[in-house]
Design a protein around this ligand. Structure first.
Ligand code: GTQ
Length: 345
């Protein structure tokens, strides 16, 4: 490959003259922005242990009242991006949020899309666009761009969930902002009942719904049953995986990030294709080992790890007699829309 001239190869007065006119020579920077063969991600394979972070999250519950936090969250930050940038990958943000009994995280809406994957505790609910979405372990709740949402808790124990947002991307685009709102009037959640059976859609007067986000809560009970039925129906299938989709049209549930649940059969090892989008793996149930290139992470329930784009990822069930269930978030929909999606061997 052609060796390009360095910045130091230019006379200092020439460099200074460029700077005064807001000009930059491309050639010393060309390989940095267009590296050979494949990207050089800042995203580092990183593991966050729930057992280790939980005491710090509970301590935040004592140190900072909800009124002073608005959202009491410890961000799972990727050191490759600089912790202060609060990024798990180029486009993904992850946070562990704590809500204590009786607390209320007030209504707001914002341009980034969010989802919640519930980790533990019962009795909390998120009101999204007026719909009450109960929060139970393993449930996925959407709070898409622009929809009002607030979190409340009538139960007796702390509730913890994983937030996944496309905040780093929306922030990078200088499109990130929020608005505060009044407490929402709450009606019972309906989406999960309206779309209770696969392949059967409500069609009022033969018109299909046109709401961009018809279903806001995806109960774990249903996702788990779907995985078990898929595994039983297709004993030879390696990737027992479902995607959380818009039930009206089968599209990704959100515009930017994709969300999936995967079941590893007892003892199974599954190598994933190398793909351009970064991905996040969060263990819902069981025990698993996630290898990302040369690194190996042992995931206990509620542990989370991330893998940069184009990395070699292998998922292994650490149990020989129980299935393992993994929640996956990735930047796939974004890469597809931008025409950047690639899969390699
Ligand atoms: O619960 O609305 O982790 O607005 C970051 C930003 C959670 C939330 C986060 C948010 C929220």
């Amino acid at each position: 490959m052609l060796e390009l001239a360095r910045l130091e190869d230019l006379p200092a007065d020439y460099r200074a003259a460029l700077g005064t006119q807001n000009l930059v020579p491309l050639w010393p920077n060309l390989r940095g922005v267009l590296p050979p063969g494949q990207p050089r991600p800042k995203t580092l394979p990183t593991h966050w242990s729930y057992e280790s972070l939980k005491p710090l999250l509970l301590a935040a519950g004592e140190l900072t009242p909800i009124e002073k936090a608005e959202r009491r969250v410890l961000v799972l930050a990727n050191p490759g991006h600089g912790l202060e940038n609060m990024q798990a990958s180029a486009a993904m943000y992850l946070g562990m949020q704590l809500l204590l009994p009786g607390e209320w995280a007030p209504a707001h809406r914002h341009t980034p899309n969010a989802v919640r994957m519930i980790v533990e505790g019962t009795g909390a609910y998120t009101t999204v666009d007026g719909e009450r979405c109960a929060m139970e372990r393993g449930d996925l709740i959407l709070t898409p761009t622009g929809l009002w949402h607030e979190h409340a808790h009538d139960g007796a124990e702390p509730v913890v969930w994983l937030d996944v947002l496309d905040l780093p991307l929306v922030y990078y685009l200088e499109a990130s902002y929020h608005e505060d709102g009044p407490r929402q009037a709450v009606r019972p959640g309906a989406g999960e009942r309206r779309y209770a059976r696969g392949g059967l859609l409500p069609a009022p007067l033969f018109e299909r719904g046109t709401r961009a986000y018809p279903m806001l809560r995806y109960p774990w009970r249903e996702a788990r049953a779907a995985l078990e039925q898929l595994a039983a129906a297709e004993p030879g299938l390696d990737a027992v995986q479902i995607e959380y989709v818009n039930p009206e049209n089968g599209a990704h549930v959100q515009n930017i990030l994709g969300f999936y649940a995967l079941m590893l059969r007892p003892g199974q090892t599954l190598s994933l294709p190398r793909r351009s989008p970064a991905a996040v793996f969060h263990l819902i149930e069981g025990s698993a080992t996630v290898s990302v290139d040369a690194q190996q992470f042992k995931l206990a329930p509620a542990d989370t790890c991330c893998a940069p784009g184009f990395s070699r990822v292998t998922l292994a069930n650490a149990s020989a007699d129980q299935p393992a269930f993994i929640f996956i978030a990735d930047e796939g929909p974004l890469h597809e829309k931008l025409g950047l999606i690639e899969t390699r061997n």
